[in-house]
Design a protein around this ligand. Sequence first.
Ligand code: GAL
Length: 451
Amino acid sequence: MEPKKQTIIFVLIAVISTAGIVAGVTYVIMAPTPEGEVDALEIYHWWTSGGEAAAITALVDEFITLYPDTTVQQVQIAGGGGFEMRVKIKTLMLAGQPPDTFQIHNGYEWKIFYDAGLLDNIDNIWTTELKAAVPDVVEDISKGPDGHYYSVPVNIHRSNVMWYNAKVLQYNAIDPATLTTWPAFWAACDKLIANGTSGITNPVAMGEQWTAAHAFEQVLASVGIDTYEAWINGDIDSVSATHYADLLTACEIYENLTDYINSDWAVLSWDSAIAKLIGASPTAAFSIMGDWANGEFFQAGWTHGVEYDTIGVPGTGNMYGLVVDCFEKPKNIPHPTNVNRWLAVVASKDGQDAFNPLKGSISARTDANVTKYGPYQTSAITDFNAIDISPTSYMFPSVVHGSGAPEAFNSDFIPLIGALTSGAATATATATAIAALASTYASDFIKVWSL
Ligand code: GAL
């Protein structure tokens, strides 16, 4: 794929040789399990909601079809966004007991393991065929600062989606097409509350802290792509920085959003928040969530465009927020042959077309068989392709989901949004603290994004 706007400049760029890579994959697929290596595979992931579990099972089934003799063990560590699982993975990795392979977000999130020298180079998986199929923006974040590949992307999730219960909006005569600005959105929420006829007192469903930070990230993008770009480049690092005023504006808009959310947000998983929109008696009409939410509507038997529908988060209609899940190959693992086989399945067109239709994401490959995808994802694929070629549309990597900014920055940033959501911190205090974090972790910002 030709890069357009999403240029990522790594601090170090190494030249890699592609010679022999195709042959490498042929070897991976055809070779028998070496003598002495037990024919097993352990896969860590955090996909436990209805849609998530269905998707990873479909991917594992693809593997088992090819390698029926292999004993596959899925180790599922519950906790949306992977915050719980990554604690476990860090413990195992640092204790020298790496799992065979694990899910993580692509880019900065796996860099701590790269820096510690714990990841295996997987250039052999990145065949010429795979490179041609994966958009540059995703291929680039699969490489380490040394220019070699350290991850295999399994999908592209969109972050800036506003989900809504279509029947509730229809009943209250709210036209979703008009919700392109925050004032229009506030007016729709006020109308729902004033009407009071649909049992909806808190129109926007929100879940635990990371989902709040997820929503904030979309609000920040809505203020302007230049602001978002400055933020992920670590340039909003003081109150006198260019774009600091925009960061403050985003905090103020977000504070306004919290007027419309459920009071039990802090204890709800992301899928429990989405469940507020579903069912015979929904208690919310909207939710800002990545398109893993689609898997939950799908599992409920709802049809996109009928019972539920989507718009871009107000102000982000010309943007595609990127969340990319991937798999890793640590060094010194018990079953390296099967991990190579697993990563090749993850990278394959068939593997991705088995996984993504159930997951809500689109394939990380541009040659996906679109007939396998439902109406929401068909429209997401169209949007992705249109945004990729338009000079006035933009893609932006998620910070909360590990690609946009350093992991340490993200870890400290999320609780700041938690405090803003609960009302423990003001918008001004939050903006000041976010800027101070960029200064604290300045040396960790190693990429220069040009969105
Ligand atoms: C995201 C992840 C998605 C989805 C979601 C909720 O971070 O990229 O695949 O699983 O968390 O768990």
